[in-house]
Design a protein around this ligand. Sequence first.
Ligand code: AMP
Ligand code: MG
Length: 354
Amino acid sequence: MKTKVFSMKELTGREELDAIKECAAIIKKGGLVAFPTETVYGLGGNALDANVSKKIYAAKGRPSDNPLIVHICDMKGLYEVAEGVTDAAIQLADRFWPGPLTMILKKKSIVPDETTGGLDTVAVRMPSHKDALRLINASGVPIAAPSANSSGRPSPTMAGHVLQDLDGKIDAVIDGGAVDIGLESTIIDLSAAVPVLLRPGYITTEMIKEVVGEIERDPTLDAGVSEGMKPKAPGMMYRHYAPKGDMVIVTGNTDNVIEKINELARGHDPHETAVITTEENRHAYSGCRVVCMGTRQDEQSVARQLYSVLRRMDEYNIKYIYVESFKSDRLGDAIMNRLLKAAGHKVIHVEGRY
Ligand code: AMP
Ligand code: MG
């Protein structure tokens, strides 16, 4: 299959609308279109068609017990797919939709089991990216869209990443440039009495608490997945976002972290070794590849670059990766969650706190 690329920045307003129409026609016919959202690029198809969901799993090489997020463009879409929409859901939608928050609710029977990985709940999100909204609206159906990467690889934050993984396997890509946030949506489970945070993201725990009061946190987010402890979001079980090399996070007092990373890096061939740092510390490392992702003054700059930096580790054939840790509050919670998963929870603690 030839994957058609629609580069929005090269199109006039009229041509953009035509491109959206063409992509919507592909979705209606049961095809797959990757599109930008404010979080990461999604791989979209008709969420109400069981065969389409199977095609999404096949294109990504994703285990079919890992449910897909259903994307909608208005509140009508929520009632179409979800049962028993709670007050908390409505309040959260009011405050954060369209935007990077996914809610888990009881599913309606119109949503096939293939889309929800056999669960009786459905994950729903209204993205804010204008191309995403236009595509869903023009398609006339809710769009199931996991991140548009091969399963296990870092999520795509630009169309080029999508093509690295899925060129020839999907019908089209809408290239809307680099995404704004760079990390997947926050997931909150509203199907039980107390809301549970299943995946941290740009919408932080504090922001959600302001709307719905106390929330719980899936214990596997911090402890990692072990015997007898299963995350409620099946996708959080898999090693994820991971470069091919061996990745280790070093945490502690900044000076001690720098010293430890330099010591560890010296133990390997410099061509096969990389340090991932931020503007603040980039000059503290030497003797191997030093890659900088944004500044700690603005954690959004780190979030935005995280996945492309992880992808670059594979392009450079890096075998040993050392990365500094981040404070686990606000956006740092989501950044650390993705780093921990990419590193398979390998962490070295040196003295002192960050
Ligand atoms: P992705 O679309 O690739 O960002 O991944 C979607 C995430 O949402 C995965 O971690 C899924 O396991 C999770 N998810 C989707 N639907 C549900 C659901 N009904 N219950 C719990 N987690 C879900
Ligand atoms: Mg994903």
